[in-house]
Design a protein around this ligand. Structure first.
Ligand code: SF4
Length: 337
């Protein structure tokens, strides 16, 4: 069976050897616009073609395995892949009712961040392009056809699977979902950021910085040792020069670990740079730690988060604090898996 969700109309016609070529456009429209994944319901295709395609192609290859919902509109799905592995994808809703799909790019994750449940699972494999597109299609079909944004903040490190991700972004774009509404969140892979800049992919970039203190970052994020802060900063400046976009720096705040005065000063210093260095143009997003029973980290006190935010504001750096969303279904940041 051929998975076909990441094929563009011409490729659909060629790969499936269907003619005339406009059949490719019809198939794409059924799958991506009407969210119909059963060939039998694709009423403008001849009956014999529908039967033939049902025997050899898969509009979506993922199967829903589990669904959890909370009262605030967060919906988490577990999907089973063709090889039996599972991944999770989430829809989160903000106070204004806007919905964001959080998609995965890998089975598990190799980065091993100490504060993240996915990191504790280890690495399974990269997702294929169609497995990324399938999540987007299924979330729209099962939960919300209209999404305001898509974030690649689910399971896995998106920049470690950039070819599949790039393809998925192109397919979403072809289907009418602008890459400008897509955010890719990395733990700070320097080569990946450079490669993203070279591709000039017009998505938004978020970096999970966690701490601008090298010792703390190295301790919490093993990958930081081979991607040290000065190099990361250089890569972000280069990226900014090419793409001209503001970058989001995400700080998962853990009580007593990275919410101290020296942490906020290191963060301000990282953004502003030393004398002679160009400043970074960023938005800082503070994410108070979402508790998990198997981790001993603490959520910081509200007043300590407010104080941290205020100090960043005083330094003239735009800053927001992310409201906890999705934690009731273990669908919030760091809780997937
Ligand atoms: S925070 Fe992201 S990069 Fe780090 S282990 Fe979790 S999923 Fe992987």
């Amino acid at each position: 069976m051929i998975p076909i969700s990441a094929l563009l109309p011409e490729e659909l016609a060629q790969t499936l050897q269907v003619s005339p070529p406009y059949r490719g456009r019809q198939l794409f429209a059924w799958i991506h616009h009407r969210l119909v994944f059963d060939f039998n319901l694709m009423s403008d295709l001849p009956e014999n073609l529908r039967r033939d395609l049902a025997g050899r192609a898969l509009p979506v290859a993922l199967k829903q395995d589990m669904k959890l919902e909370d009262a605030e509109g967060a919906v988490k799905f577990r999907f089973r892949l063709l090889d039996g592995s599972t991944i999770e994808s989430v829809i989160l809703q903000d106070r204004r009712g806007r919905k964001t799909a959080c998609l995965s790019t890998q089975v598990g994750c190799a980065m091993g961040c100490l504060f993240c449940r996915t990191g504790s699972l280890g690495f399974g494999r990269d997702l294929k392009d169609h497995e990324i597109v399938d999540q987007y299609l299924l979330l729209r079909s099962l939960a919300s056809p209209d999404l305001s944004s898509v974030v690649f903040m689910g399971m896995g490190e998106p920049l470690a699977n950039l070819d599949s991700l790039h393809r998925a972004v192109d397919v979403l774009g072809y289907g009418g979902f602008s890459p400008r509404r897509i955010t890719l969140s990395t733990c700070g892979l320097v080569e990946g950021i450079r490669s993203l800049g070279e591709r000039k992919l017009p998505v938004r970039l978020a970096v999970s910085l966690v701490s601008a203190d090298a010792d703390i970052r190295n301790r919490l994020m093993p990958i930081a040792r081979s991607n040290p802060l000065p190099e990361l900063r250089r890569a972000l400046l280069e990226y900014q020069e090419v793409l001209g976009k503001r970058i989001t720096l995400e700080i998962v705040l853990m009580g007593g670990i990275n919410d101290r005065s020296e942490d906020v000063e290191a963060l301000v210093g990282f953004v502003q740079g030393r004398s002679g260095q160009l400043p970074l143009r960023v938005l800082i997003n503070l994410i108070p730690w979402n508790p998990l029973p198997e981790f001993s980290y603490k959520r910081p006190e509200t007043r300590s988060v407010e104080w941290f935010q205020e100090r960043i504001k005083q330094a003239g750096i735009p800053v927001t604090t992310r409201m906890p969303r999705g934690s009731a279904v273990c669908g919030a940041c760091g809780q997937l898996g």
